[in-house]
Design a protein around this ligand. Structure first.
Ligand code: CAA
Length: 380
């Protein structure tokens, strides 16, 4: 086992850290407060290769491995978890899905621009009645000659308001259940495509989360990814990788909480000494650091398995399950260490807690991750 990163991986980590500190940090709190999408920063992320990190260079991607992606995601999310989820969805749900299962037409027309951030992508699986129960797809795509006619509503769609291309899962044959779901690339703004409700959220408020509605949208047959009926497997396989991205986001938030707590404990005095000198505080810091390191190792292991083309679905579910819990716990401890100052907006830790919570919910709740892990344990 080798715990050393390559020079390239370290360079990517440093680049992401510098970008996050220089570009994202100055406005992160204000964008969170005002729910402002980081348009300019996202454009720059595209130019730096952060939006198509694992896409092969022939499709304008950075051609990097998943380990580099984890390192970059952690650095970006440490400063701005909203930018983290925008990056994660574009990389691991949209670009990876097309790069892995799309055809040459999809790659030429969509992937090349998605990988550079000229286009932004979204992934539309969830519906009002299909969250954890993702196969309960009510959105339909009915074949009509060279087109499918798409009707339905998707909700909680990250990047939905700003996406140029949306990967939409829809039922093409109701009689086949989970095997009757197909995946399509849908262009923004085609007739019948509407960005409906914008959600007002507890955290990651600078990312956009919306409902999308489709009314008799004509989708060319060539925009279907894979065969008819491949849509559910496509979504599940893509989410296996997506969960590595969310685990990394959770890690970034947790690390930010630890660093904020360390800093504050060395500045704040109580009972005549810095609070970092109290063993009660030291034990909290030690537990935070230990759990974060364990979460980081699980996340990197799932990335290493993916890079080695080995099965990683259960490993990525473990990474997300554990890292998201560590993230919420670390943010709570950071607030506790800050005392009353942790509860107000003068310090960033209240934002970390609000941002951390979603990592236990999206791309599969913690309960769904346990289902995935348990099924893998019991399958043999
Ligand atoms: N890879 C390949 N195939 C898979 C798979 C995987 N990871 N998981 C399931 N499948 C296949 C199964 O093998 C099965 O195929 P066969 O019938 O041919 O054997 C088929 O898919 C159905 O599988 P299940 O019976 O396991 O399906 P299920 O209905 O019991 O659901 C579930 C399982 C794990 C609960 C799944 O529904 C799930 O993951 N739910 C959560 C959905 C989710 O993560 N949503 C996130 C939305 S995207 C998002 O959040 C993005 C964002 O904004 C940040």
């Amino acid at each position: 086992m080798n715990f050393d990163f390559t020079e390239t991986q370290l360079m990517i980590k440093d680049m992401a850290k510098k970008f996050a500190e220089d570009v994202l940090a100055p406005s992160a709190a204000e964008r969170d407060e005002k729910e402002v999408f980081p348009y300019e920063a996202v454009k720059q992320m595209g130019e730096l290769g952060l939006l198509g990190m694992m896409v092969p260079e022939q499709y304008n991607g950075a051609g990097l491995d998943t380990i580099s992606y984890v390192l970059a995601m952690e650095e970006i999310s440490k400063v701005d978890a909203s930018a983290g989820v925008i990056m994660s969805v574009n990389n691991s749900l949209v670009c990876y899905g097309i790069a892995e299962w799309g055809n040459d037409f999809h790659k030429d027309k969509y992937l090349k621009e998605l990988a550079t951030g000229k286009k932004l992508g979204a992934f539309a699986l969830s519906e009002p009645e299909a969250g954890s129960d993702a196969s309960n797809q009510k959105t339909t795509a009915i074949r009509d000659g060279d087109f499918y006619i798409l009707n339905g509503t998707k909700n909680f769609i990250t990047n939905g308001a700003n996406a140029d291309a949306v990967l939409v899962m829809a039922t093409t044959d109701k009689t086949k259940g989970v095997h009757g779901i197909s995946a399509f690339i849908v262009d923004k703004g085609i007739p019948g495509f509407e960005v409906a409700k914008k959600e007002r959220k507890l955290g990651i408020r600078s990312s956009d989360t919306v409902s999308l509605s489709f009314t008799d949208c004509k989708i060319p047959v060539e925009n279907r990814i894979g065969d008819e009926g491949f849509g559910f497997k496509f979504a599940m396989k893509t989410l296996d990788g997506g969960r590595i991205g969310i685990a990394s986001q959770a890690l970034g938030i947790a690390q930010a909480s630890l660093e904020a707590a360390l800093k504050y404990s060395k500045e704040r005095k109580a009972f005549g000494q810095y609070i970092s000198e109290f063993q009660g505080i030291q034990f909290k810091l030690a537990d935070m650091a230990t759990k974060i390191e364990a979460a980081r190792l699980l996340t990197l292991k799932s990335a290493a398995l993916k890079d080695a083309n080995k099965p990683y679905g259960s490993a990525s579910a473990m990474a997300k399950l554990y890292a998201s819990k560590v993230s919420v716990d670390a943010a709570l401890e950071a607030i506790q260490i800050h005392g009353g100052y942790g509860y107000v907006k003068d310090y960033p830790v209240e934002r970390y807690l609000r941002d951390a919570k979603i990592t236990e919910i999206y791309e599969g709740t913690s309960e769904v991750q346990r289902i995935v892990i348990a099924r893998s344990l019991l399958k043999d």
